[in-house]
Design a protein around this ligand. Structure first.
Ligand SMILES: Nc1ncnc2c1ncn2[C@@H]1O[C@H](COP(=O)(O)OP(=O)(O)OP(=O)(O)O)[C@@H](O)[C@H]1O
Ligand SMILES: [Mg+2]
Length: 451
């Protein structure tokens, strides 16, 4: 008896400690089973209390009257499937006649409290079927990406969404992206995660880091071209435009279309070419983009105009040539001058980290979703890395990238350095690898000598 009590006490204590220190492990060990049981037991009463039931239909009332049975109860949506996941529960519901997906999404906050879950979101799968995703704990507090993610070319699992799903940056679906955020909000860490995700893929990385290269130069072994100041950035962008024109010539030669067809009208892209002919896709990462658009003299203004023109051309024509832009900055609005809003309009994938004012959030989401603007402003200062991102359905979600340190990213880039392609048009911008950081040196070699 005493042994049983001690064992029980041990289990309860370890469950409590896990719940406090390692909510993800607690969820897998205990939480998922408890929550599934709680949802199933309380389901009908909670749905009733949340206004998600429909009164009995006329024919059910008639049948009850004829059979002299009690009046049938209101009915909740039917549970088609309940599936525990790494971070929560996924419920698939068949709506009753008269209900719609909006009813469920409007009640998500009430469901969250009633089922004692951390978060609840819902989305319509098909007409009459709604998926309700519940999370058992704050998955964004300590981001752990699942060991298994989808592996598709040019699709990077970059962050975790608040509903526990993986957020992918899919370059073929959304070619160009813009990431905004105040200083210290996590933009560079997000970009570092992208580099880490792209490093093992068959892709050329090109970087422009006007913060004197502090973010991207340590990762240089995996980069085919790098620039750390606006002058080099201009030459690099113009070389990229030349590379793009070369790729178009290749596609055109393969299509056997006459040379009079203008570049912009060519519908095919590199993915239509046979494998042996396909040029390697290029992802251009720009950190601190505002540095490229600021100027203090007439000469710098000319340089700025040429840089923005090259960026706009790449954004407009680059996708078919396999050139994808990933732009990061603190603000990216019309105050940066001519051509900026035109460039912004081409950057479909929007992500906003914490911003200090509404106008910055508007630069990312003003023309897409007012709710997302509000969500971006509400990101707390003590949670760097949390961001709001537009998703493929036109909605938005809160995400957070894992905290990949610069050392981890350097190691990964060094490991995949042999995958770095040589692009002839960009050869002049290939970083010299002699002075680049190596992998972690074993601790014994770095330990200070003791006297
Ligand atoms: N996803 C994350 N998870 C945990 N901590 C993070 C995350 N992203 C960023 N941080 C923390 O925030 C700090 C600032 O991040 P980062 O350098 O990416 O900001 P930034 O937006 O690029 O700032 P700046 O505009 O000054 O370059 C990092 O050093 C790190 O400690
Ligand atoms: Mg930064």
């Amino acid at each position: 008896m005493t042994a049983l009590t001690v064992a029980l006490l041990l289990v309860v204590t370890s469950a409590l400690i896990l719940r406090w220190r390692r909510p993800a492990w607690y969820w897998l060990a205990f939480g998922a089973a408890f929550a599934a049981l709680r949802v199933l037991v309380r389901y009908t009463s909670v749905m009733d209390a949340c206004g998600l039931t429909v009164p009995p239909s006329r024919w059910r009332l008639a049948v009850a009257r004829v059979a002299n049975r009690p009046v049938p109860e209101s009915r909740a949506p039917r549970i088609l499937r309940i599936r525990p996941t790494r971070t929560g529960l996924v419920l698939r519901l068949k709506l009753r006649p008269g209900q719609d997906a909006f009813d469920v999404s409007a009640a998500t906050d009430r469901l969250r409290h009633s089922f004692s879950m951390y978060g609840v979101t819902s989305r319509e799968l098909r007409s009459g079927v709604v998926e309700v995703r519940m999370t058992g704990y704050d998955v964004l507090k300590r981001v752990q990406m699942p060991a298994k993610t989808d592996h598709e070319p040019m699709r990077v699992p970059v962050a975790l969404r608040e509903d526990g799903a993986v957020h992918y940056r899919d370059y073929r679906a959304v070619p160009h992206g813009l990431t905004l955020g105040a200083t210290e909000s996590g933009k560079s860490v997000y970009q570092r995660n992208l580099v880490a995700g792209l490093a093992p893929m068959n892709v050329a990385l090109v970087g422009i880091d006007c913060k004197q290269g502090v973010e991207l130069f340590p990762l240089a072994r995996r980069f085919s071209a790098l620039a750390d100041n606006p002058d080099t950035a201009l030459d690099l962008l113009e070389a990229l435009v030349t590379h793009m024109e070369g790729v178009y010539q290749l596609i055109r030669a393969e299509q056997r279309i006459t040379v009079n067809v203008p570049d912009a009208e060519i519908a095919a892209d590199i993915w239509d070419l046979p494998d042996h002919l396909r040029p390697v896709p290029v992802v251009v990462l720009v950190d601190e983009v505002a540095e490229l658009a600021l100027y203090a003299s007439k000469d710098e203004e000319k340089r700025r105009d040429r840089i923005i023109t090259a960026l706009v051309r790449l954004a407009q024509l680059g996708r078919a040539a396999g050139i994808y832009l990933e732009i990061c900055g603190q603000r990216f609005g019309s105050e940066l001058g001519k051509g900026i809003t035109m460039l912004r309009a081409q950057l479909t994938g929007r992500t906003a980290h914490r911003v200090n004012d509404e106008s910055s959030a508007n630069m990312a989401f003003g023309d897409i979703s007012p709710d997302a603007v509000l969500a971006a402003i509400q990101i707390p200062t003590d949670a760097p890395g949390i961001a709001v991102t537009g998703d493929s359905s036109g909605g938005w979600a809160r995400i957070r990238a894992p905290h990949t340190s610069l050392r981890e990213a350097v190691n990964l880039c060094n490991k995949h350095a042999d995958r770095t392609p040589d692009l002839p048009a960009l050869a002049a911008f290939r970083p010299a690898t002699a002075a680049l950081p190596s992998d972690r040196v074993p601790l014994s070699k770095t330990a200070p000598a003791t006297a």
